[in-house]
Design a protein. Sequence first.
Length: 254
Amino acid sequence: MEAVINHRILFLLLSLVLTILFVILVPPVSQDLKYHNFVDQRSISGIPNFWNVVTNIPFLVIGLKGFFKIQRQELTGMLPELFRAYLTFFIGLLLIGLGSGYYHLNPSNSTLLGDRMAITITFMSFLVLIIGESISIKTASRLLVPLIFLGLSSVIYWNITENLGKGDLRFYALVQFLPIVLIPLILLLYGSCLSGRRWILAIVLVYGVAKVAEIFDEKIFELMGFSGHSLKHLIAAFGAFLFLRGLELRKPIK
């Protein structure tokens, strides 16, 4: 049994190292200022970039709902020992709603800073929760603060390098990409102490779809009259809803 556990840990560590090496070996990438030029810039009711702003409201709603449900500890799919990580995740959603909404009022590198910091808080706390659910609750509890710090540091590093005229997005990209690689591997290798691990795999898939919508911002707008970036917000918020719904329905495996 010990050998099997060691093999699984080694496989995860190898995947982690290879992902980090890949990112490090890629030349530094600065923020393309064209990124801020979203296709849908319509102002409605005096709100600039209206749809890119208001499609962040679901993050606020889900974040608040999850925050209060976690406080009441009424969710069957919640691991009480990871209370802080759950709270951090839903606080991160609230911050995404605020940060992204603020960013889209006046898109620029400076307003993007808060948005990206909120995203890393949510991503890192989500990774911690999966580690706790699948590998070790004790280890996950210890990783919460270091991983949040790592995520925030990646955004601060990007901001500093941009201000120095040598923008480097690689480490922020690593913070976003790493959970997408590790979470499915962790679930497949270790399973889960909760029923319905497909909920988590579905969330990862939904986030991937959201990123595709973001990439095809203009194409989707031409087809639907609703931009891919606005759609990305709604799809990503749906992923957060799935997580909350999973907490309501999933149960510990005896």
